[in-house]
Ligand binder design. Structure first.
Ligand code: 5AD
Ligand code: FES
Length: 345
């Protein structure tokens, strides 16, 4: 373990087998320390905050794990108007956020023109803008980029194609990879990531995920533990051990891609009372506080036990900042593009 860690720290290279042995080693304290040191060296002590706006929970897809899947007839659907989205972004800027993340299910109501309009309005606010709205054509991605979008989040979820296509019926793994490559070649900062603990997922496939992120290469990646949602076909699956495994994945990822932006994911905090702080001390350098209006938060239920559903945007802003300070870190005042910290050093 120690020799492998040394190697990863110095070369940022590990074989598939070596990644598997780091992910399966029983006492990961040294791994977390190594990831924390790499984080400090390559992205610093500043934490980038990204304001998350969950603007629609309509989705045409049917991912077996996801609470807002089209087949969940119990989900109460909502959709913010373009004006409401822009107003929420303005509010977020008022709280000091430098990045806005627009996230939704794959909702066809927001056609290319509507999205581009929203993007142009938000970009007038002098913020970085991230989209997380699913699989689109290259032309659509090009239009959003031309309208001003800077970054795009699209998790691969799993690199195991057979598992992916079983869990995401009707979707094609190749198309998802095509999306990521289109986004990269269009000049977006690309964020991907995995769900950890999916039924049928192996540690070998998790190692493949990390090598896949290195190959693209991604600018950001979020690792989230899978949390079974009661209104989905995976309701009876377990979430035991998913937090720990997701944390290990995240830490190894920091060693392999030392300067990328890695969020302490909300799902981590849903499984562990201080999950985001633990993650920030094991490789993460980003937090994405929710700024969605309180009335909609409970409806954007990808998984149960989501934190802060009853809280307001300003409460989360203050709470997150306090937590970050409590571990000797600070909220960065920068937009936080990939490589900014090293470039300014
Ligand atoms: N548990 C944890 N994360 C989930 N996501 C979707 N459903 C779940 C779940 N049950 C994640 C997916 C998606 C991101 C927006 O939310 O990884 O990419
Ligand atoms: Fe929302 Fe702590 S982050 S209340």
């Amino acid at each position: 373990m120690d020799i492998l860690l040394q190697q990863a720290v110095h070369t940022h290279h590990l074989s598939h087998e070596e990644i598997v042995s780091l992910l399966t080693a029983p006492a990961p304290a040294a791994l977390f320390t190594a990831a924390d040191e790499a984080r400090k060296q390559f992205v610093g002590d500043g934490v980038y905050l990204r304001a998350l706006i969950e603007f629609s929970n309509y989705c045409k897809n049917n991912c077996l794990y996801c609470g807002i899947r089209a087949g969940n007839k119990h989900a109460k659907r909502y959709r913010l108007t373009p004006d409401e989205i822009v107003q929420t972004a303005q509010k977020a800027v008022g709280y000091g956020y430098k990045t806005i993340v627009l996230q939704s299910g794959e909702d066809g109501w927001f056609d290319t023109d509507k999205m581009c309009d929203i993007i142009r309005q938000i970009k007038k606010l002098d913020v970085a803008l991230t989209l997380s709205i699913g699989e689109k054509s290259r032309e659509e991605y090009a239009a959003y980029r031309a309208a001003g979008a800077d970054r795009y989040l699209l998790r691969i979820e799993t690199t195991d194609k057979t598992l992916y296509e079983k869990l995401d019926p009707g979707m094609s793994w190749e198309n998802r990879v095509r999306c990521l490559h289109d986004l990269k070649t269009l000049g977006y900062e690309v964020g991907s990531g995995s769900l950890v603990g999916l039924p049928g997922q192996t540690v070998e496939s998790l190692a493949d995920d990390l090598l896949f992120f290195q190959k693209i290469p991604v600018d950001m990646a979020g690792i989230g533990p899978f949390i079974p949602h009661p209104q989905t076909p995976l309701a009876n699956e377990k979430s035991d051990g998913h937090f720990e495994l997701a944390l290990k994945m995240m830490a190894v990822m920091r060693l392999l891609l030392p300067d990328i932006n890695i969020p302490a994911t909300t799902a981590m905090e849903s499984l562990h009372p201080n999950g985001r702080l633990v993650a920030l001390q094991a490789g993460a350098n980003v937090v994405m506080p929710n700024v969605t209006d309180t009335q909609f938060r409970p409806l954007y239920e990808l998984y149960p036990g989501k934190i802060c559903v009853g809280d307001s945007a300003d409460k989360c802003r203050g709470c997150v900042e306090e937590k970050i300070k409590s571990i000797g870190r600070f909220v960065s005042s920068k937009k936080g593009f990939h490589g900014d910290f090293l470039a300014e050093k």
